[in-house]
Design a protein around this ligand. Structure first.
Ligand code: AMP
Length: 424
């Protein structure tokens, strides 16, 4: 085992964590892991500037687990929580939790996730029974802290994940209140996709002599993703979408809409046309969102339509395409959206529909990412066609029993996952 894991062994994470890493199938640390893990183990505060899909979650979770597992007898206080991870959305919290569960499977550590939209009671019970690690969104966490259900008197690690998005979502006051209630003597790790002036201000406020690790160029989309735009009028967008989805290589497609209602409209059209589609936006309950995500992950639905905020933190293996049905308002959102495909060396396509009104935003985006995006025309699509309300897919797709169960992948086509292209 040790030889196979050579690059991870030198990071000194301990045998039980190495075993979990091996079981996760990782052979070598990603660049952010190789850079961040030694700094965190050495006790430094850290600013991690990294794109999504770089392995940043393991970059902070692994060394924290290693430090926690070596500290189980610190004062014998089993009630007190020792690590707190704060993230902007419920989806991201669930994502981090999955990572922690995988890497901590051989460690006797207990954790709780604290998010809004679900009943408080089990979360309060978990906190009161004593947990080593808490993963939380700011709003609910602050509520439960206010009701004195937390014991953060021994917090040694604080992680602020996707700090840029937490600022965008207006969480600064809550974060300030949370951090004020923590011990001064702690290690603070801050992760963000971009290093803005606001983030620098936050690091000055919360961190001590932090080391900065920047992976990739600032604000540049994941380099593995092939990006292009289709120029199309607003009224032809539904037909163009249907046209693209007839291609079976679009086997796991994440579509972004600007609004919740827009997302619902797109999903309805696709469902009516026989394409199994889920939606992910903030009008849906936490359970509905988790179910939609699980169905998408398992391949039960082929298409997921999401809004920007709900899609934060989505990590689905093998997303084949991201489609910006509506072009994002902010370049940062574009970077996050397309980061959902091409995660950890997989190569995916990111397609944006561009109407004449979007040209200014496209130019701003190209300036932001420092390169042009290829304009294409969709092969075989009739740009002169009259807009149609519901363009049904070809009959063989609708009738295939396999298509029913796998969301319209025609019989004989590669099932989801096998179509995933890997760089190495
Ligand atoms: P993240 O950037 O943390 O969202 O991680 C993106 C994906 O990379 C997740 O699916 C992880 O399971 C995966 N991953 C993390 N570290 C490694 C590694 N060292 N080797 C291969 N995959 C990894």
């Amino acid at each position: 085992m040790v030889r196979a894991l050579m690059p991870f062994v030198s990071l000194n994470l301990g045998d039980r964590i190495l075993k979990a890493i091996q079981e996760a199938g990782y052979t070598e640390p990603t660049p952010i892991q190789a850079a961040a893990i030694p700094e965190i183990l050495a006790g430094h505060d850290l600013i991690g500037i990294a794109q999504t899909g770089t392995g940043k979650t393991a970059a902070f979770v692994l060394p924290i687990l290693a430090r926690l597992s070596g500290m189980t007898s610190d004062g014998g206080n089993r009630q007190a929580t020792r690590a707190l991870i704060v993230a902007p959305t419920r989806e991201l919290v669930v994502q981090i939790e999955e990572n922690v569960r995988a890497y901590a499977k051989h460690l006797p550590l207990r954790m709780a996730t604290i998010v809004g939209g679900l009943s408080e009671r089990p979360q309060i019970q978990a906190l009161r029974s004593g947990v080593d690690l808490v993963i939380a969104t700011p709003g609910r966490l602050l509520d439960l802290m206010g009701q004195r259900h937390t014991d953060f008197s021994r917090i040694g690690f604080l992680v602020l994940d996707e700090a840029d998005r937490m600022l965008d979502m207006g969480f600064l006051p809550q974060i300030r209140q949370i951090v004020r209630a923590l011990p001064q003597k702690r290690q603070t790790l801050l992760f963000s996709a971009t290093l803005s002036r606001e983030i620098e201000m936050l690091t000055k406020e919360f961190q001590r002599s932090p080391k900065t690790i920047q992976i990739g160029r600032r604000a540049n989309p994941a380099e593995t993703v092939t990006q292009f735009v289709y120029e199309v009028s607003q009224s032809l967008k539904p037909a163009l979408l249907m046209h693209l989805l007839r291609d079976p290589s679009f086997d796991s497609v994440l579509i972004f809409a600007r609004t919740k209602h827009g997302a619902d409209r797109i999903a309805r059209k696709l469902e009516v046309s026989g394409i199994r589609t889920g939606t992910l936006h903030s009008n849906r309950s936490q359970n509905q969102r988790l179910r939609a995500l699980a169905a998408f992950k398992s391949g039960e639905v082929r298409v997921l339509v999401a809004t920007d905020i709900a899609a934060r933190g989505i990590d689905v293996e093998g997303i084949s395409h991201v489609i910006n049905y509506d072009f994002p308002m902010h370049p940062e959102d574009y970077v996050h959206r397309i980061g959902r495909t091409g995660r950890a060396q997989a190569i995916g396509d990111a397609i944006s529909f561009i109407t004449p009104e979007d040209h200014g935003s496209l130019r701003s985006l190209e300036r932001f990412i420092g390169r042009g995006i290829v304009r294409k025309r969709a092969e075989g699509f009739d740009y002169q066609a009259k807009p149609q309300e519901n363009t049904a897919p070809r009959p063989h797709q609708r009738n295939s029993p396999r298509a029913e169960s796998r969301g319209n992948v025609p019989a004989g086509q590669k099932p989801r996952g096998q179509g995933r292209r890997w760089r190495r």
